[in-house]
Design a protein around this ligand. Structure first.
Ligand code: ADP
Length: 378
């Protein structure tokens, strides 16, 4: 099947055409500066016109069978990918307050496709869906129940499409049936999240009500004492200022000044103390969470690294593993240095828990999920 995968942001739209039979990427691109003037597209409708124009030659050869949308927030309703119709679009729109930057853009992307190609099957694939199996003790915050009932304040988790894809590949690599597979999966990109996998399902994850909770990220703080927000507000900072501070100016960027892992590792090697401290904080926090999730799943069969840093930074993997000695984790120095696009084992044969690197591919996962939903509903 030929699937156009759309990832709409508030001012950008990333797309890929995937062939789900051959797994070939037939076309891909990015339209940015939507609605920012300066000659860019005025809205998501115009952006879709640009995508269609860019794909013209491609689509003449072979038309599209379906469109798959990455939708950030599926709330409590969506636990799997769904075929889109007007009711589903409105349901995604009703979740706007929970993801004010992302869901409105996803809805604009869906409506732009509906306007352009009214008969095209469309499927929504949710970033939160894989975490709908979290038990209540993992998703509830210890705050009055009314906050949950009134505002839906609970942990939702994100990066679900990536965690699900990587979990499946890792179980395959280990030769363990998915329903018997326990693991700790670390998605380390600009956003960072850790997921506890028990019997192939997500039973805990480090991102919460929003992607801000949990680990040290490129520009996000992860866990901090919530009183810091109250303190800053009393110092006169507005909600928007605190939002920007914790989501865009913190994490590795806040600690070192740059969120590119290569730059941080190079600077640390050259003796830069801020870079050293940033790496120590990020790896220490991650190691603590990994220990916690190893307990949560009742003993992991594997520790899995994925995404930009997880797949490419042998230095960061080694730093994290060096803090996991108490779990008997041991990397194989040479295997850890191998650069490859395939899933691989990077631990030593006598490591108590095998350590894997499994490249993620969210577009492939979305294309496959879209094809499966369309075939089922055909
Ligand atoms: P996003 O969350 O934006 O999709 P990615 O998964 O692409 O992020 O990961 C981005 C991170 O991966 C950056 O911190 C970048 O420095 C890091 N990264 C990418 N390639 C390498 C590499 N070869 N070595 C170390 N870090 C890398």
């Amino acid at each position: 099947m030929r699937v156009l995968v759309i990832n709409s942001g508030s001012s950008s739209l990333k797309y890929q055409v995937r062939d789900t039979d051959t797994n070939e990427v037939a076309a891909s691109g990015l339209i940015d500066r939507i609605g920012e003037g300066a000659g860019g597209p005025a809205d998501h409708g115009e952006a879709m016109d640009l995508v269609a124009a860019a794909l013209e030659g491609e689509l003449v050869q072979k038309p599209l069978d379906a469109v798959g949308h990455r939708v950030v927030h599926g709330g409590e309703r969506f636990s799997e990918p769904v075929r889109i119709n007007n009711e589903i679009t409105r349901a995604i729109e009703r979740l706007n307050p929970l993801a004010p930057l992302h869901n409105p853009a996803n809805v604009l992307g869906i409506r732009a496709i509906t306007a352009k190609w009214p008969d095209m099957p469309q499927v929504a694939v949710f970033d939160t869906a894989f975490h709908r199996t979290l038990p209540e003790h993992a998703w509830r915050y210890a705050v009055p129940d009314s906050l949950y009932r009134q505002y839906g304040i609970r942990r939702y988790g994100f990066h679900g499409t990536s965690h699900e894809f990587v979990t499946g590949r890792a179980a395959e690599l280990m030769g363990v049936p998915l329903t018997d597979f326990n693991a700790v999966v670390a998605h380390l990109g600009n956003g960072v999240s850790l997921t506890a996998i028990q019997g192939g399902a997500s039973v805990d994850t480090s991102m919460g009500f929003t992607p801000l909770e949990g680990l040290v990220m490129g520009t996000r703080s992860g866990d901090i004492d919530p009183s810091i927000l109250i303190f800053l507000q009393r110092q006169g900072m507005s909600a928007d200022e605190i939002d920007t501070l914790l989501n865009r100016e913190s994490g590795l960027k806040g600690l070192f000044g740059d969120n590119d892992m290569r730059a941080i590792v190079d600077a640390a090697a050259a003796g830069n103390s801020k870079a050293r401290v940033a790496l120590d904080i990020a790896s220490y926090r991650l190691a603590k969470y990994i220990g916690g999730y190893h307990v949560a799943v009742g003993g992991a069969h594997a520790l899995v690294f994925t995404a930009g840093i997880g797949e490419n930074s042998a230095d960061f993997r080694a730093l994290v593993a060096s803090r996991l000695g108490a779990l008997g984790v041991k990397l194989d120095g040479e295997a850890n240095l191998v650069r490859s696009g395939g899933p691989r084992v990077v631990s030593a044969p006598d490591s108590a828990i095998p350590v894997l690197v499994v490249p993620t591919d969210e577009e492939q996962a979305i294309a496959e999920a879209t094809a499966a939903v369309v075939q089922r509903s055909a």
